[in-house]
Design a protein around this ligand. Structure first.
Ligand code: ATP
Length: 235
């Protein structure tokens, strides 16, 4: 579904990605794990078109999307939930969700997806008229994921959904991510510092270090790997 082929991404003279290659197959949950500053967010932003790679290629279903603007990448079916949620704080929950469906015209489908996100996160339904900025951190993360679902993505990019949230809320959100993958058929590319939870959820994983992929395997194999245990799982 997605093929990232040797991309190099820079911020001015700082090289954040040094020739990253990876693949995501339809229906998978893939995770990219790595320490602070390894380049995880930059990888997602390169895919969603926000930070353009200086060289290399990104193919989505065979189409070269490397130099497309972000809104065209969204309309092809890739949607990113950015780190730190970035919901619209002044807008209500419903208005935030409407913004997610901005590029869609299928009224029936939009209504069905709205019912679906309210079923996934009933708390958002209760708070539908409340402004986004007054929600708790966990609820804002739920809203950010729901807003992305409203765009009807086939590939959902999630940047550190666990960041700053209590363990109970993180478990709730991860189980919903699993449901979205299983029930909605959405392919998931998850970036996480919480490697333990991410690998337990994902089918396969990539390990990123200083802008380079240093390891890839099934999640079971990565969870059992002594180097990974020491460096990322705190075991
Ligand atoms: P974190 O988990 O802390 O978000 P990350 O793995 O997502 O880290 P990135 O945010 O992709 O890492 O950062 C990769 C590298 O690029 C880091 O060295 C970072 O300092 C640098 N970087 C990121 N954004 C910018 C920017 N806007 N300007 C300059 N350098 C940046």
């Amino acid at each position: 579904m997605l093929k990232v082929d040797s991309i190099h991404t820079y911020y001015g003279n700082i090289r954040a990605l040094d020739g990253i290659s990876l693949e995501v197959r339809e229906g998978e949950i893939i995770t990219l794990i790595g320490a602070n500053g390894a380049g995880k967010s930059t990888t997602l932003m390169s895919i969603s078109g926000i930070t353009k790679p200086r060289s290399g290629k990104i193919l989505f279903e065979g189409k070269d999307i490397t130099s497309l603007p972000p809104h065209e990448i969204v309309s092809l079916g890739i949607c990113q939930v950015p780190e730190g949620r970035r919901i619209f704080p002044q807008l209500s929950v419903l208005e935030n969700l409407d913004m997610g469906a901005y590029l869609r015209h299928d009224k029936e489908g939009i209504k069905a997806d709205l019912d679906y996100v309210f079923e996934l996160f009933p708390i958002l339904s209760n708070r539908r008229h409340q402004s986004g900025g007054t929600l708790s951190g966990g609820e804002q993360q739920m809203l950010a994921i729901s807003r992305a679902i409203m765009a009807k993505p086939r590939l959902l990019l999630l940047d550190e959904p666990s960041l700053g949230l209590a363990p109970l809320i993180v478990r709730q959100i991860f189980s919903i991510i699993e449901r979205i993958n299983a029930e909605h058929g959405t392919t998931i590319f998850l970036v996480e510092q919480n490697a333990n939870m991410a690998l337990k959820l994902a089918h396969r994983g990539y390990v990123l270090q200083n802008g380079v992929i240093v390891q890839t395997d099934t999640s079971e194999a990565l969870l059992a790997d002594n180097k990974i245990k020491e460096a990322y799982l705190g075991l």
